[in-house]
Design a protein around this ligand. Sequence first.
Ligand code: NDP
Ligand code: 2IT
Length: 449
Amino acid sequence: MAGRDEKLQAIYEEVLSRNPGETEFHQAVHEVLDSLGPVIAKHPTYAEAGILQRMCEPERQIIFRVPWMDDRGQVQINRGFRVEFNSALGPYKGGLRFHPSVYLGIVKFLGFEQIFKNSLTGLPIGGGKGGSDFDPKGRSDAEVMRFCQSFMTELYRHIGEYTDVPAGDIGVGGREIGYMFGQYKRITNRYESGVLTGKGIAWGGSQVRTEATGYGTVFFVESMLKTKGEGFEGKKVAVSGSGNVAIYAIEKVQQLGGKVIACSDSSGFVVDEQGIDLDLLKLVKEVQRGRLADYVKARGASAKLHSKGSIWAVPCDIALPCATQNELNAADAKSLIANGCQIVAEGANMPTTPDGVKLLTDAGVGFAPGKAANAGGVATSALEMQQNASRDSWGFEFTEQRLATIMRSIHDRCLTTADEYGKPGDYALGANIAGFTQVADAMLAFGLV
Ligand code: NDP
Ligand code: 2IT
Protein backbone atom coordinates (compact mmCIF):
# COMPACT_ATOMS: atom_id res chain seq x y z
CA MET A 1 0.00 0.00 0.00
CA ALA A 2 2.80 2.41 0.98
CA GLY A 3 3.63 4.82 -1.86
CA ARG A 4 0.92 3.40 -4.11
CA ASP A 5 -2.21 5.14 -2.97
CA GLU A 6 -1.81 8.24 -0.84
CA LYS A 7 -5.44 8.34 0.25
CA LEU A 8 -5.36 4.79 1.57
CA GLN A 9 -1.97 5.35 3.20
CA ALA A 10 -3.32 8.42 5.01
CA ILE A 11 -6.31 6.45 6.25
CA TYR A 12 -4.04 3.68 7.49
CA GLU A 13 -1.79 6.15 9.31
CA GLU A 14 -4.81 7.67 11.00
CA VAL A 15 -5.88 4.19 12.14
CA LEU A 16 -2.38 3.66 13.61
CA SER A 17 -2.39 6.92 15.52
CA ARG A 18 -5.99 6.64 16.77
CA ASN A 19 -5.57 3.04 17.95
CA PRO A 20 -2.09 2.83 19.49
CA GLY A 21 -0.76 -0.59 20.43
CA GLU A 22 -3.59 -2.54 18.76
CA THR A 23 -1.27 -4.47 16.45
CA GLU A 24 -3.71 -7.17 15.33
CA PHE A 25 -6.28 -4.51 14.45
CA HIS A 26 -3.64 -2.61 12.43
CA GLN A 27 -2.74 -5.81 10.61
CA ALA A 28 -6.37 -6.59 9.69
CA VAL A 29 -7.01 -3.03 8.46
CA HIS A 30 -3.79 -2.98 6.45
CA GLU A 31 -4.68 -6.25 4.73
CA VAL A 32 -8.09 -4.94 3.63
CA LEU A 33 -6.94 -1.44 2.61
CA ASP A 34 -4.17 -3.03 0.58
CA SER A 35 -6.81 -4.54 -1.73
CA LEU A 36 -9.00 -1.49 -2.14
CA GLY A 37 -6.89 0.86 -4.30
CA PRO A 38 -8.55 -0.17 -7.60
CA VAL A 39 -12.04 0.05 -6.07
CA ILE A 40 -11.51 3.59 -4.83
CA ALA A 41 -10.09 4.53 -8.23
CA LYS A 42 -13.16 3.10 -9.96
CA HIS A 43 -15.72 4.53 -7.49
CA PRO A 44 -14.51 7.90 -6.15
CA THR A 45 -17.82 8.39 -4.31
CA TYR A 46 -16.66 5.90 -1.66
CA ALA A 47 -13.72 8.15 -0.80
CA GLU A 48 -15.78 11.36 -1.05
CA ALA A 49 -18.29 9.97 1.45
CA GLY A 50 -15.52 8.92 3.85
CA ILE A 51 -16.69 5.32 3.71
CA LEU A 52 -13.29 3.84 4.54
CA GLN A 53 -12.62 6.09 7.54
CA ARG A 54 -16.09 5.31 8.83
CA MET A 55 -15.60 1.57 8.34
CA CYS A 56 -12.38 1.65 10.37
CA GLU A 57 -14.11 3.31 13.35
CA PRO A 58 -16.44 1.00 15.31
CA GLU A 59 -19.97 2.30 15.72
CA ARG A 60 -19.77 1.49 19.43
CA GLN A 61 -17.19 -0.06 21.81
CA ILE A 62 -18.25 -1.41 25.17
CA ILE A 63 -15.75 -2.38 27.88
CA PHE A 64 -16.95 -3.59 31.26
CA ARG A 65 -15.93 -5.19 34.54
CA VAL A 66 -16.81 -8.83 35.10
CA PRO A 67 -16.56 -9.73 38.79
CA TRP A 68 -17.12 -13.35 39.86
CA MET A 69 -16.17 -15.73 42.66
CA ASP A 70 -14.03 -18.82 42.11
CA ASP A 71 -14.53 -22.18 43.83
CA ARG A 72 -12.15 -21.21 46.65
CA GLY A 73 -14.24 -18.17 47.51
CA GLN A 74 -11.71 -15.74 45.98
CA VAL A 75 -12.94 -12.69 44.09
CA GLN A 76 -11.85 -12.61 40.43
CA ILE A 77 -12.09 -9.63 38.10
CA ASN A 78 -12.01 -9.95 34.32
CA ARG A 79 -12.58 -7.46 31.55
CA GLY A 80 -15.48 -7.87 29.12
CA PHE A 81 -15.69 -6.42 25.60
CA ARG A 82 -18.26 -5.99 22.87
CA VAL A 83 -17.28 -4.01 19.79
CA GLU A 84 -20.31 -3.21 17.65
CA PHE A 85 -18.44 -2.45 14.47
CA ASN A 86 -20.82 -2.00 11.58
CA SER A 87 -24.59 -2.43 11.23
CA ALA A 88 -25.04 -1.45 7.57
CA LEU A 89 -26.25 -4.90 6.51
CA GLY A 90 -28.01 -6.11 9.66
CA PRO A 91 -27.71 -6.47 13.43
CA TYR A 92 -24.12 -6.69 14.67
CA LYS A 93 -23.14 -10.35 14.46
CA GLY A 94 -20.04 -12.15 15.63
CA GLY A 95 -18.67 -14.40 18.31
CA LEU A 96 -17.39 -14.03 21.86
CA ARG A 97 -13.85 -15.16 22.63
CA PHE A 98 -12.76 -16.17 26.14
CA HIS A 99 -8.97 -16.40 26.20
CA PRO A 100 -6.30 -14.77 28.41
CA SER A 101 -4.82 -12.99 25.37
CA VAL A 102 -8.04 -11.02 24.67
CA TYR A 103 -7.72 -7.22 24.73
CA LEU A 104 -9.32 -4.44 22.71
CA GLY A 105 -6.93 -4.87 19.74
CA ILE A 106 -7.91 -8.54 19.31
CA VAL A 107 -11.63 -7.85 19.59
CA LYS A 108 -11.33 -5.01 17.05
CA PHE A 109 -9.38 -7.08 14.53
CA LEU A 110 -11.98 -9.82 14.79
CA GLY A 111 -14.89 -7.35 14.58
CA PHE A 112 -13.36 -5.64 11.55
CA GLU A 113 -12.85 -8.95 9.71
CA GLN A 114 -16.40 -9.91 10.59
CA ILE A 115 -17.86 -6.95 8.63
CA PHE A 116 -16.50 -8.26 5.33
CA LYS A 117 -17.00 -11.93 6.14
CA ASN A 118 -20.64 -11.40 7.03
CA SER A 119 -21.17 -9.37 3.88
CA LEU A 120 -19.70 -12.20 1.80
CA THR A 121 -22.29 -14.65 3.16
CA GLY A 122 -24.98 -12.64 1.36
CA LEU A 123 -27.11 -12.79 4.54
CA PRO A 124 -28.44 -9.77 6.47
CA ILE A 125 -25.83 -9.50 9.25
CA GLY A 126 -23.58 -6.64 10.34
CA GLY A 127 -20.21 -7.08 12.03
CA GLY A 128 -19.28 -7.24 15.71
CA LYS A 129 -17.18 -9.24 18.16
CA GLY A 130 -16.68 -9.54 21.88
CA GLY A 131 -15.15 -11.56 24.62
CA SER A 132 -13.07 -11.48 27.73
CA ASP A 133 -9.59 -12.16 29.05
CA PHE A 134 -11.15 -14.91 31.20
CA ASP A 135 -9.23 -18.20 30.87
CA PRO A 136 -11.62 -21.16 30.99
CA LYS A 137 -8.75 -23.70 31.15
CA GLY A 138 -8.76 -25.59 34.42
CA ARG A 139 -11.99 -23.92 35.59
CA SER A 140 -14.88 -26.02 36.92
CA ASP A 141 -18.33 -25.94 35.31
CA ALA A 142 -19.55 -23.96 38.31
CA GLU A 143 -16.84 -21.33 37.84
CA VAL A 144 -17.57 -21.07 34.11
CA MET A 145 -21.27 -20.66 34.91
CA ARG A 146 -20.66 -17.89 37.46
CA PHE A 147 -18.38 -16.09 35.03
CA CYS A 148 -20.88 -16.37 32.15
CA GLN A 149 -23.72 -15.13 34.35
CA SER A 150 -21.73 -12.11 35.48
CA PHE A 151 -20.62 -11.39 31.89
CA MET A 152 -24.24 -11.49 30.67
CA THR A 153 -25.49 -9.36 33.57
CA GLU A 154 -23.72 -6.45 31.88
CA LEU A 155 -23.88 -7.54 28.24
CA TYR A 156 -27.66 -8.14 28.16
CA ARG A 157 -28.51 -4.42 27.98
CA HIS A 158 -26.50 -4.03 24.75
CA ILE A 159 -27.74 -7.01 22.74
CA GLY A 160 -31.00 -8.23 21.20
CA GLU A 161 -32.30 -10.11 18.20
CA TYR A 162 -32.56 -6.86 16.16
CA THR A 163 -29.50 -5.17 17.72
CA ASP A 164 -26.54 -7.43 18.31
CA VAL A 165 -26.39 -11.22 18.23
CA PRO A 166 -23.29 -12.85 19.78
CA ALA A 167 -22.18 -16.47 19.32
CA GLY A 168 -19.11 -18.57 20.17
CA ASP A 169 -15.43 -18.31 19.26
CA ILE A 170 -12.28 -19.55 21.04
CA GLY A 171 -13.21 -20.77 24.53
CA VAL A 172 -16.94 -20.29 23.97
CA GLY A 173 -18.99 -23.31 22.89
CA GLY A 174 -22.37 -24.83 23.68
CA ARG A 175 -21.82 -24.89 27.46
CA GLU A 176 -21.02 -21.17 27.67
CA ILE A 177 -23.82 -20.16 25.26
CA GLY A 178 -26.22 -22.17 27.47
CA TYR A 179 -25.20 -20.35 30.66
CA MET A 180 -25.36 -16.96 28.90
CA PHE A 181 -28.76 -17.63 27.30
CA GLY A 182 -30.11 -18.81 30.66
CA GLN A 183 -29.01 -15.58 32.33
CA TYR A 184 -30.33 -13.39 29.49
CA LYS A 185 -33.70 -15.13 29.67
CA ARG A 186 -33.84 -14.71 33.43
CA ILE A 187 -32.93 -11.01 33.45
CA THR A 188 -35.19 -10.01 30.57
CA ASN A 189 -38.05 -12.45 31.19
CA ARG A 190 -38.15 -13.05 27.43
CA TYR A 191 -37.59 -16.27 25.49
CA GLU A 192 -35.77 -14.34 22.79
CA SER A 193 -34.12 -17.20 20.92
CA GLY A 194 -32.62 -14.94 18.26
CA VAL A 195 -30.40 -13.05 20.73
CA LEU A 196 -27.59 -15.63 20.66
CA THR A 197 -26.59 -18.33 18.18
CA GLY A 198 -24.82 -21.61 18.73
CA LYS A 199 -27.63 -22.69 21.05
CA GLY A 200 -28.43 -26.34 21.85
CA ILE A 201 -30.76 -28.13 19.45
CA ALA A 202 -33.40 -28.58 22.19
CA TRP A 203 -33.65 -24.84 22.88
CA GLY A 204 -33.56 -22.98 19.58
CA GLY A 205 -30.23 -24.06 18.11
CA SER A 206 -29.70 -25.01 14.49
CA GLN A 207 -28.58 -28.32 13.09
CA VAL A 208 -25.06 -28.05 11.59
CA ARG A 209 -24.06 -24.90 13.55
CA THR A 210 -21.55 -26.93 15.60
CA GLU A 211 -20.04 -28.41 12.45
CA ALA A 212 -20.48 -25.35 10.23
CA THR A 213 -17.14 -23.54 10.37
CA GLY A 214 -15.01 -26.63 9.82
CA TYR A 215 -17.36 -28.13 7.24
CA GLY A 216 -17.62 -24.78 5.45
CA THR A 217 -13.84 -24.41 5.20
CA VAL A 218 -13.59 -27.84 3.64
CA PHE A 219 -16.46 -27.10 1.22
CA PHE A 220 -14.53 -24.00 0.20
CA VAL A 221 -11.39 -26.07 -0.46
CA GLU A 222 -13.51 -28.57 -2.39
CA SER A 223 -14.49 -25.73 -4.74
CA MET A 224 -10.86 -24.64 -5.06
CA LEU A 225 -9.81 -28.19 -5.95
CA LYS A 226 -12.66 -28.46 -8.44
CA THR A 227 -11.26 -25.53 -10.45
CA LYS A 228 -8.26 -27.81 -11.06
CA GLY A 229 -10.40 -30.86 -11.79
CA GLU A 230 -9.37 -32.47 -8.49
CA GLY A 231 -10.97 -33.68 -5.26
CA PHE A 232 -9.92 -34.64 -1.73
CA GLU A 233 -9.31 -38.32 -2.53
CA GLY A 234 -5.80 -39.31 -1.51
CA LYS A 235 -4.85 -35.83 -0.29
CA LYS A 236 -2.77 -35.48 2.87
CA VAL A 237 -4.10 -32.71 5.10
CA ALA A 238 -2.63 -30.96 8.16
CA VAL A 239 -5.09 -29.15 10.44
CA SER A 240 -3.89 -26.93 13.27
CA GLY A 241 -5.90 -26.65 16.47
CA SER A 242 -8.08 -29.35 17.97
CA GLY A 243 -11.09 -27.28 18.95
CA ASN A 244 -14.47 -26.75 17.32
CA VAL A 245 -13.27 -25.61 13.90
CA ALA A 246 -10.44 -28.15 13.64
CA ILE A 247 -12.54 -31.16 14.69
CA TYR A 248 -15.26 -30.57 12.10
CA ALA A 249 -12.76 -29.69 9.38
CA ILE A 250 -11.13 -33.06 10.05
CA GLU A 251 -14.53 -34.78 9.94
CA LYS A 252 -15.47 -33.35 6.55
CA VAL A 253 -12.01 -34.00 5.02
CA GLN A 254 -12.32 -37.63 6.09
CA GLN A 255 -15.88 -37.87 4.70
CA LEU A 256 -14.60 -36.57 1.35
CA GLY A 257 -11.78 -39.12 1.17
CA GLY A 258 -8.80 -37.07 2.38
CA LYS A 259 -6.39 -38.15 5.11
CA VAL A 260 -5.68 -35.84 8.06
CA ILE A 261 -2.24 -36.70 9.36
CA ALA A 262 -1.67 -33.93 11.92
CA CYS A 263 -3.43 -31.58 14.33
CA SER A 264 -2.32 -29.45 17.29
CA ASP A 265 -3.07 -27.47 20.43
CA SER A 266 -1.14 -24.74 22.23
CA SER A 267 1.19 -27.36 23.79
CA GLY A 268 2.33 -28.93 20.51
CA PHE A 269 1.24 -31.04 17.57
CA VAL A 270 0.54 -34.67 16.90
CA VAL A 271 1.44 -36.58 13.76
CA ASP A 272 -0.65 -39.67 13.17
CA GLU A 273 0.42 -41.32 9.91
CA GLN A 274 -2.54 -43.72 9.96
CA GLY A 275 -4.85 -40.72 10.03
CA ILE A 276 -6.34 -38.92 13.04
CA ASP A 277 -8.84 -41.13 14.91
CA LEU A 278 -11.72 -38.66 15.03
CA ASP A 279 -13.96 -40.60 17.43
CA LEU A 280 -11.11 -40.68 19.92
CA LEU A 281 -10.29 -36.99 19.37
CA LYS A 282 -13.94 -36.02 19.95
CA LEU A 283 -14.09 -38.15 23.10
CA VAL A 284 -10.93 -36.54 24.51
CA LYS A 285 -11.75 -32.94 23.53
CA GLU A 286 -15.55 -32.69 23.63
CA VAL A 287 -16.51 -35.15 26.37
CA GLN A 288 -13.47 -35.28 28.65
CA ARG A 289 -12.30 -31.69 27.91
CA GLY A 290 -8.77 -33.14 27.77
CA ARG A 291 -5.61 -32.26 25.83
CA LEU A 292 -3.94 -33.70 22.74
CA ALA A 293 -1.47 -35.45 25.06
CA ASP A 294 -4.42 -37.51 26.32
CA TYR A 295 -5.31 -38.41 22.72
CA VAL A 296 -1.76 -39.61 22.06
CA LYS A 297 -1.72 -41.68 25.27
CA ALA A 298 -4.95 -43.42 24.28
CA ARG A 299 -4.08 -43.79 20.58
CA GLY A 300 -0.86 -45.76 21.04
CA ALA A 301 2.02 -46.29 18.61
CA SER A 302 0.71 -44.60 15.44
CA ALA A 303 0.54 -41.11 17.01
CA LYS A 304 3.54 -39.07 17.99
CA LEU A 305 3.41 -35.87 20.06
CA HIS A 306 5.84 -33.02 19.27
CA SER A 307 6.22 -30.26 21.81
CA LYS A 308 8.86 -28.45 19.72
CA GLY A 309 8.79 -27.32 16.09
CA SER A 310 5.85 -26.45 13.90
CA ILE A 311 2.95 -28.47 12.53
CA TRP A 312 3.57 -26.75 9.18
CA ALA A 313 6.83 -28.67 8.76
CA VAL A 314 4.77 -31.87 8.38
CA PRO A 315 4.54 -32.63 4.63
CA CYS A 316 0.97 -32.18 3.36
CA ASP A 317 -0.98 -31.33 0.19
CA ILE A 318 -3.45 -29.09 1.99
CA ALA A 319 -2.93 -27.00 5.14
CA LEU A 320 -5.87 -25.81 7.21
CA PRO A 321 -4.84 -23.42 10.01
CA CYS A 322 -7.78 -23.65 12.45
CA ALA A 323 -6.31 -22.46 15.79
CA THR A 324 -5.59 -18.75 16.13
CA GLN A 325 -4.15 -15.54 14.61
CA ASN A 326 -0.58 -15.40 13.30
CA GLU A 327 0.08 -19.11 13.81
CA LEU A 328 1.53 -19.63 10.31
CA ASN A 329 4.53 -17.38 9.66
CA ALA A 330 7.07 -16.90 6.86
CA ALA A 331 9.24 -19.84 7.99
CA ASP A 332 6.15 -22.05 8.05
CA ALA A 333 5.12 -20.85 4.59
CA LYS A 334 8.59 -21.78 3.31
CA SER A 335 8.30 -25.29 4.78
CA LEU A 336 4.87 -25.76 3.20
CA ILE A 337 6.13 -24.57 -0.20
CA ALA A 338 9.24 -26.77 0.00
CA ASN A 339 7.04 -29.78 0.79
CA GLY A 340 4.78 -29.18 -2.20
CA CYS A 341 1.66 -27.96 -0.39
CA GLN A 342 -1.01 -26.87 -2.95
CA ILE A 343 -3.60 -25.08 -0.82
CA VAL A 344 -3.72 -23.14 2.45
CA ALA A 345 -7.26 -22.35 3.62
CA GLU A 346 -7.83 -20.40 6.82
CA GLY A 347 -10.37 -21.98 9.18
CA ALA A 348 -9.14 -19.57 11.87
CA ASN A 349 -9.25 -15.76 11.70
CA MET A 350 -6.03 -14.23 10.28
CA PRO A 351 -3.84 -17.26 11.10
CA THR A 352 -1.30 -16.46 8.37
CA THR A 353 1.11 -13.56 8.87
CA PRO A 354 1.29 -11.02 6.00
CA ASP A 355 4.77 -12.18 4.93
CA GLY A 356 3.51 -15.77 5.05
CA VAL A 357 0.61 -14.88 2.74
CA LYS A 358 2.97 -13.16 0.32
CA LEU A 359 5.35 -16.12 0.15
CA LEU A 360 2.48 -18.55 -0.43
CA THR A 361 0.78 -16.54 -3.15
CA ASP A 362 4.08 -15.73 -4.91
CA ALA A 363 4.82 -19.46 -4.98
CA GLY A 364 1.43 -20.20 -6.56
CA VAL A 365 -0.07 -21.93 -3.51
CA GLY A 366 -3.86 -21.50 -3.53
CA PHE A 367 -4.64 -19.22 -0.58
CA ALA A 368 -8.15 -18.90 0.89
CA PRO A 369 -8.42 -16.07 3.45
CA GLY A 370 -10.38 -16.64 6.65
CA LYS A 371 -13.05 -14.08 5.91
CA ALA A 372 -14.12 -16.26 2.97
CA ALA A 373 -13.06 -19.77 4.00
CA ASN A 374 -14.40 -19.73 7.58
CA ALA A 375 -17.62 -17.82 6.84
CA GLY A 376 -19.67 -21.03 7.13
CA GLY A 377 -19.91 -20.63 10.91
CA VAL A 378 -21.47 -17.20 10.89
CA ALA A 379 -23.56 -18.07 7.82
CA THR A 380 -25.13 -20.96 9.72
CA SER A 381 -25.63 -18.61 12.67
CA ALA A 382 -27.67 -16.45 10.31
CA LEU A 383 -29.63 -19.57 9.33
CA GLU A 384 -30.21 -20.17 13.04
CA MET A 385 -31.58 -16.61 13.31
CA GLN A 386 -33.85 -17.31 10.35
CA GLN A 387 -35.21 -20.44 12.02
CA ASN A 388 -35.71 -18.57 15.32
CA ALA A 389 -37.54 -15.70 13.58
CA SER A 390 -39.94 -18.11 11.89
CA ARG A 391 -40.18 -20.39 14.98
CA ASP A 392 -39.12 -23.28 12.80
CA SER A 393 -36.31 -25.83 12.78
CA TRP A 394 -34.79 -27.47 9.76
CA GLY A 395 -33.30 -30.94 9.31
CA PHE A 396 -29.56 -31.68 9.18
CA GLU A 397 -29.32 -32.48 5.48
CA PHE A 398 -31.33 -29.45 4.37
CA THR A 399 -29.22 -27.13 6.55
CA GLU A 400 -25.96 -28.69 5.38
CA GLN A 401 -27.04 -28.23 1.77
CA ARG A 402 -27.73 -24.55 2.45
CA LEU A 403 -24.26 -24.23 4.00
CA ALA A 404 -22.63 -25.96 1.02
CA THR A 405 -24.44 -23.67 -1.42
CA ILE A 406 -23.40 -20.55 0.53
CA MET A 407 -19.74 -21.66 0.57
CA ARG A 408 -19.77 -22.38 -3.17
CA SER A 409 -21.28 -18.98 -3.81
CA ILE A 410 -18.63 -17.21 -1.65
CA HIS A 411 -15.93 -19.11 -3.52
CA ASP A 412 -17.35 -18.10 -6.89
CA ARG A 413 -17.82 -14.47 -5.83
CA CYS A 414 -14.17 -14.26 -4.73
CA LEU A 415 -13.00 -15.63 -8.07
CA THR A 416 -15.34 -13.51 -10.22
CA THR A 417 -14.33 -10.34 -8.35
CA ALA A 418 -10.62 -11.19 -8.61
CA ASP A 419 -11.10 -11.69 -12.37
CA GLU A 420 -12.99 -8.41 -12.66
CA TYR A 421 -10.05 -6.57 -11.06
CA GLY A 422 -7.44 -8.29 -13.22
CA LYS A 423 -6.05 -10.64 -10.52
CA PRO A 424 -7.35 -14.11 -11.47
CA GLY A 425 -7.09 -16.65 -8.65
CA ASP A 426 -6.45 -14.01 -5.96
CA TYR A 427 -9.04 -15.11 -3.39
CA ALA A 428 -7.87 -12.57 -0.80
CA LEU A 429 -8.33 -9.63 -3.15
CA GLY A 430 -11.68 -10.99 -4.34
CA ALA A 431 -12.93 -11.49 -0.78
CA ASN A 432 -11.90 -8.02 0.35
CA ILE A 433 -13.40 -6.21 -2.62
CA ALA A 434 -16.64 -8.21 -2.79
CA GLY A 435 -17.15 -7.96 0.97
CA PHE A 436 -16.38 -4.25 1.02
CA THR A 437 -18.55 -3.20 -1.91
CA GLN A 438 -21.84 -4.42 -0.50
CA VAL A 439 -21.27 -2.73 2.88
CA ALA A 440 -20.05 0.47 1.20
CA ASP A 441 -23.14 0.66 -1.02
CA ALA A 442 -25.46 0.26 1.97
CA MET A 443 -23.55 2.97 3.86
CA LEU A 444 -23.81 5.33 0.89
CA ALA A 445 -27.57 4.77 0.77
CA PHE A 446 -27.94 5.68 4.47
CA GLY A 447 -26.18 9.04 4.18
CA LEU A 448 -23.74 10.35 6.77
CA VAL A 449 -24.65 8.29 9.85
P1 NDP B 1 -11.75 -23.57 20.28
O1 NDP B 1 -11.62 -22.87 21.58
O2 NDP B 1 -12.78 -24.63 20.13
O3 NDP B 1 -10.35 -24.20 19.85
C1 NDP B 1 -9.23 -23.42 19.71
C2 NDP B 1 -8.05 -24.30 19.33
O4 NDP B 1 -6.96 -23.47 18.95
C3 NDP B 1 -7.56 -25.16 20.47
O5 NDP B 1 -7.02 -26.35 19.98
C4 NDP B 1 -6.49 -24.28 21.09
O6 NDP B 1 -5.50 -24.99 21.81
C5 NDP B 1 -5.89 -23.64 19.87
N1 NDP B 1 -5.34 -22.32 20.24
C6 NDP B 1 -6.03 -21.26 20.72
N2 NDP B 1 -5.23 -20.23 21.00
C7 NDP B 1 -3.99 -20.65 20.69
C8 NDP B 1 -2.72 -20.06 20.74
N3 NDP B 1 -2.55 -18.80 21.19
N4 NDP B 1 -1.67 -20.79 20.30
C9 NDP B 1 -1.84 -22.06 19.85
N5 NDP B 1 -3.02 -22.68 19.78
C10 NDP B 1 -4.07 -22.00 20.20
O7 NDP B 1 -11.97 -22.40 19.20
P2 NDP B 1 -12.55 -22.51 17.72
O8 NDP B 1 -12.18 -23.81 17.12
O9 NDP B 1 -13.96 -22.09 17.77
O10 NDP B 1 -11.75 -21.32 17.00
C11 NDP B 1 -10.53 -21.54 16.28
C12 NDP B 1 -10.32 -20.40 15.32
O11 NDP B 1 -11.40 -20.35 14.38
C13 NDP B 1 -10.25 -18.99 15.91
O12 NDP B 1 -9.36 -18.21 15.14
C14 NDP B 1 -11.67 -18.46 15.72
O13 NDP B 1 -11.69 -17.06 15.71
C15 NDP B 1 -11.98 -19.05 14.35
N6 NDP B 1 -13.38 -19.16 13.99
C16 NDP B 1 -14.26 -19.81 14.80
C17 NDP B 1 -15.59 -19.92 14.42
C18 NDP B 1 -16.58 -20.69 15.22
O14 NDP B 1 -17.72 -20.80 14.77
N7 NDP B 1 -16.22 -21.25 16.37
C19 NDP B 1 -16.07 -19.31 13.18
C20 NDP B 1 -15.04 -18.73 12.36
C21 NDP B 1 -13.75 -18.65 12.79
P3 NDP B 1 -5.54 -24.97 23.42
O15 NDP B 1 -6.72 -25.81 23.80
O16 NDP B 1 -4.23 -25.55 23.83
O17 NDP B 1 -5.71 -23.53 23.83
O1 2IT C 1 -15.34 -15.71 13.61
C1 2IT C 1 -16.53 -16.05 13.43
O2 2IT C 1 -17.07 -15.91 12.34
C2 2IT C 1 -17.24 -16.68 14.54
N1 2IT C 1 -16.66 -16.88 15.61
C3 2IT C 1 -18.69 -17.04 14.40
C4 2IT C 1 -19.57 -15.85 14.61
C5 2IT C 1 -21.05 -16.13 14.67
O3 2IT C 1 -21.76 -15.17 14.96
O4 2IT C 1 -21.48 -17.25 14.44
